[in-house]
Design a protein around this ligand. Structure first.
Ligand code: 3PG
Length: 218
């Protein structure tokens, strides 16, 4: 990592984790076993999306009962959701696009925030708010690594977190790019993997992704 990134802080944790699992949970009771499977598998982070009514409860129980798990909120579209997420225990906020009200609320409350952008104009707006990392979503549809490299050549030192279409098959290609701090993805936490109440498949898929991160990042 360049000196641009914080050495002991949030960005460094995201870099070390390498793949941030994007979690969509319908049932709050699945949150803790899922979080524990992520920690056991070697990806100790969860972006819990505000796409279900259970999101805030999941964040709350994970942050209380999953030691070592970095718990954040995803799909945060407005300040009210950001406030609910942080009140529940989220330590970071991710959005699929950006709303400057959300960004400013997070900055004012010292909450780490990774909004998304895919165009030079969008990245400019976020860089001008002092942010060092932009989520790149949906990555596959917006040109993947090729577009990220083109943006990175202009926004020198800025980093991207591609999400959307990342999988075990292509995560190594993404993580090999110095402009990419980490990838986001759902493949290791798909509901079908734990439909029977056994989180062993989540841990296994998480372990496979973590092995790629370790191979590339030590
Ligand atoms: C997200 O929730 O950020 C994306 O839908 C994740 O995309 P994926 O399911 O392709 O990983």
């Amino acid at each position: 990592m360049s000196d641009y990134m914080d050495k002991d802080g949030f960005y460094n944790k995201v870099y070390q984790t390498g793949v941030v699992p994007v979690v969509v949970l319908e049932r709050a009771e699945d949150a803790v076993p899922l979080g524990r499977a992520l920690v056991a598998g070697g990806l100790p982070a969860a972006e819990v999306t505000f796409r279900t009514a259970a999101a805030a409860d999941c964040i709350h129980t994970m942050s209380q009962e999953c030691p070592g798990l970095l718990v954040g909120a995803g799909t945060v579209l407005n300040v009210e959701q950001a406030r609910r997420a942080v009140d529940a225990g989220a330590t970071f906020v991710v959005s699929p696009g950006f709303d400057l009200g959300v960004v400013d609320w997070c900055l004012d409350h010292e909450v780490d925030v990774i909004p998304a952008g895919v165009t030079p104009t969008e990245v400019t707006a976020l860089v001008n708010r002092g942010l060092a990392v932009t989520k790149f979503f949906p990555a596959a549809q917006y040109g993947g690594r090729g577009t990220i490299d083109a943006l990175a050549s202009v926004f020198v030192g800025h980093r991207f977190m591609p999400t959307g279409g990342v999988s075990l098959a292509n995560v190594e290609e993404y993580l090999g790019d110095p402009a990419i701090i980490a990838c986001g993805g759902t493949w290791m936490v798909k509901p079908k993997l734990f439909a029977d109440g056994d989180f062993g498949q989540v841990e296994k898929a998480t372990g496979e992704a973590a092995a790629v991160v370790r191979r590339l990042r030590g």
